[in-house]
Design a protein around this ligand. Sequence first.
Ligand code: TRP
Length: 330
Amino acid sequence: MEQAKKRILTGDRPTGKLHIGHYVGSLQNRVKLQDDYETFILIADIQALTTHFERPQLIHDSIFEVAIDNLSVGLDPNKVTWVQQSHVPAIHELTQIFSLLVTVNALRHNPTVKTEAAQYGYDDMTYGFLGYPVSQSADITFCNADMVPVGEDQLPHMELTRKLVRRFNDMYAPILKEPQHMLSSCSRLMGLDGNAKMGKSLGNAIYLADSADEVARKVKTAVTDASRIKASDPGHPEVCVVNKYHQTFTPGEYENICEMCRKGAIGCVACKKLLTESLNTLLDPFREKRAYYEAHKDEVRDIISTGTAKACEIGEETMKKVRDAMFLTV
Ligand code: TRP
């Protein structure tokens, strides 16, 4: 008998378009994983609202953008189950139940929550924001995910998830699956301005949805070695953003590019042109798929609602067991 594939669940907060940093850090990996795992991709709209509750329209529009970003890079609607978080009752019920099993202090000490709270400038925070890791634990367990592909910043949430599962299983009945994380091997892509992180709020990102001309224009603004005045001046690849990008997007030529830069054999303008070509070679096939889905929004809506309906059924199965285990029956 063919062994059932293991299940992975991963997700995005729909707060805007995804950029090439997201591609390198997670989307690219998802495309590979979809063949070997039963893949669930969660569109975490409720989690997005924990920081953007005043901007529901933005979250609504971003649900489509994020779904199309994922589809455009090659995530296959026939292989992937898309889940809209807000529409899965089991996630919300499980969130409530998990919230009984974690203390406020444990949540307050979550390093990722702390970092984000500082980024958003919260001196106090809502109950929903403080508790979003609990809701994330429910995202992962409602469908018995075996594995969760994540970046390093998500590790505290994975630890909490495992803790909650163990607590639940020990206290009530051993029915929830303890998930493993799969750490993304790629490091973060820095911003065009040399900031350690590419991000929308920093205005230093190249989006998957950018046109070829936009990519060319943005690459021209990228920070290079400031000590180079003339194209023939010897360069220092280690301080250059364009060089860092070549390492990721022009891997075959990387050593050569570094050497030419050091010798002053290639100037920054030519080097940026090469990078633009590499990026557009990567992005062109995505643009074609994107154009298709942009023109077939109903199909995207169907993909999300079909996946979400399947998730609701799976969640209800889990909740039946959970309610039984907790005597939430009559
Ligand atoms: N917190 C994740 C992020 O900010 C998004 C997310 C929500 C997620 N639910 C998830 C990731 C479940 C993995 C599994 O990127």
